[in-house]
Design a protein around this ligand. Structure first.
Ligand code: FAD
Length: 309
C-alpha cells in the first residue's frame, strides 16, 4: 500500500503532528509526503529528511499559500490515482482537509485512528474515548486521520527522499483568504509540550487565570491549557481548550487546576503519563484518574507551589 501523507508546515519546518502521521502511514507501506503551499521549498526539503518518507511531492502555488482546505482537497484528489491511502494528522487543519478529500473520492473517512491492526483495520475512539471501536475500511481508497498522541514521531532526520514538483487545480474559487490572527506565545505549544498546566472554571476570571496558572506554567516551562468552561467564560482563547471538542494532549505531566474532570475534558488528556489534580472537592471526578491529587484551595496551593519551585 502506498500512502500520500499531507504535511503540515510553516513554509520552513514540518509540524510534529506530521511526524506521527508518517509513523502511522509507514505501518501501512510506502510513504509519499505532500507539501502544498507558497514558497515552501524549505518545508519540502525538511519533509524529504523525515525517516521513512520515500518521495516528496511539492505543490507550490499561491492558491495553496494559506492552506485553504477548499483548494488543497482537489489537489489531493487529483493525485490520488497513484495512491491507495490519504493520511493526515487529526489536527484542526488535517480535520479540515481530510473529510473534503473523502467526500470528493466518495469514500468513508476513518477518523482519529489509534492503532493499525491490519492493512485496512484500525482502532478509533467513539463516545468521547470511552469506547474503542475496531473498524475495517472496504473502500477502494482509504482516507484516514491519525490521533497524533497515539503514534510515536518519525525521526525528523535520516531520510533523503527526492522532491518532485506537482501542479493541481489551483484556486477552486470557493473561498479566499482574508486575514489571520496568530496567537504568539513564548510558551511551548500545547499539543507538543512535555508539561501542561490547565485551568478550569474555578479560576473565576481572566485575571485569576493569568495570576495563578501562567506563573506556574512559566516556572515549569509548560504549555497552558484550559477546560471548556474556562474558555467559554472568556478566561483564555479557544485554542487553549483541551478535550473532546478541543485539543488532544498526552504530555509527560498534566496538571489540572480547578477542573472537575468531566468526561469531555478527560477525553483530551487522559493518556497523559502523570496526571496531577488540584481541587478543593475531594469527590471531584478528576481524582479518579489522577496519579497525584491535592485537595486544597487553588488560590492558596498554587502560588505556594510556584514559589517553592
Ligand atoms: P466545573 O465542572 O465547574 O468544575 C470546577 C471545579 O473547580 C470543581 O470541581 C470545583 O470543585 C473546583 N473548584 C472550585 N473552586 C476551587 C478552588 N478555589 N480551589 C480548587 N478547586 C476549586 N469540556 C472541556 O473541558 N473540554 C471539551 O472539549 C469539552 N467538550 C464538550 C463537548 C460537549 C458536547 C459537551 C456537552 C460538553 C463539553 N465540555 C468540554 C464541557 C464539560 O462537560 C464540562 O462542563 C467542563 O469540562 C467543566 O469545566 P470545569 O471543570 O472547568 O468546570
Amino acid at each position: 500500500m502506498t500512502s500520500l501523507v499531507w504535511v503540515e508546515h510553516d513554509n520552513k519546518s514540518v509540524k510534529d503532528a506530521t511526524l506521527s502521521a508518517v509513523t502511522a502511514a509507514a505501518q501501512l507501506g510506502d510513504v509519499v509526503a505532500l507539501v502544498a503551499g507558497q514558497g515552501c521549498d524549505e518545508a519540502a526539503q525538511a519533509a524529504a529528511r523525515i525517516a521513512g518518507v520515500t518521495r516528496v511531492l511539492l505543490a507550490d502555488d499561491a492558491a495553496y499559500g494559506h492552506g485553504l482546505a477548499e483548494n488543497i482537497a482537489p489537489l489531493v484528489v487529483g493525485l490520488m490515482g497513484d495512491f491507495d491511502a490519504f493520511i493526515a494528522s487529526a489536527t484542526t487543519a488535517g480535520k479540515n482537509i481530510a473529510p473534503r478529500v473523502a467526500a470528493l473520492l466518495d469514500v468513508m473517512q476513518v477518523s482519529e485512528i489509534l492503532s493499525i491492526e491490519g492493512p485496512r483495520t484500525f482502532t478509533r475512539p467513539i463516545y468521547a474515548g470511552n469506547v474503542i471501536a475496531t473498524v475495517e475500511s472496504r473502500d477502494a481508497r482509504l482516507v484516514a486521520t491519525v490521533r497524533t498522541t497515539a503514534f510515536a514521531k518519525a525521526a525528523a532526520t535520516g531520510g533523503s527522499a527526492a522532491v518532485d514538483s506537482v501542479t493541481g487545480h489551483g484556486d477552486a474559487g470557493l473561498s479566499s483568504f482574508v486575514g489571520a490572527e496568530i496567537a504568539k506565545s513564548e510558551r511551548p505549544e500545547l499539543t507538543s509540550a512535555k508539561i501542561v498546566v490547565s485551568g478550569g472554571r474555578a479560576l473565576k476570571d481572566a485575571a485569576g487565570f493569568e495570576a495563578i496558572i501562567m506563573p506556574l506554567a512559566d516556572k515549569l516551562g509548560a504549555g497552558v491549557g484550559a477546560s471548556r468552561a474556562a474558555v467559554d467564560a472568556g478566561y483564555v482563547p479557544n485554542d487553549y481548550q483541551v478535550g473532546q471538542t478541543g485539543k488532544i494532549v498526552a504530555p509527560e505531566v498534566y496538571i489540572a487546576v480547578g477542573i472537575s474532570g468531566a468526561i469531555q475534558h478527560l477525553a483530551g488528556m487522559k493518556d497523559s503519563k502523570t496526571i496531577i489534580a488540584i481541587n478543593k472537592d475531594e469527590d471531584a471526578p478528576i481524582f479518579q484518574i489522577a496519579d497525584i491529587g491535592l485537595v486544597a484551595d487553588l488560590f492558596e496551593a498554587v502560588p505556594e507551589l510556584t514559589a517553592k519551585l
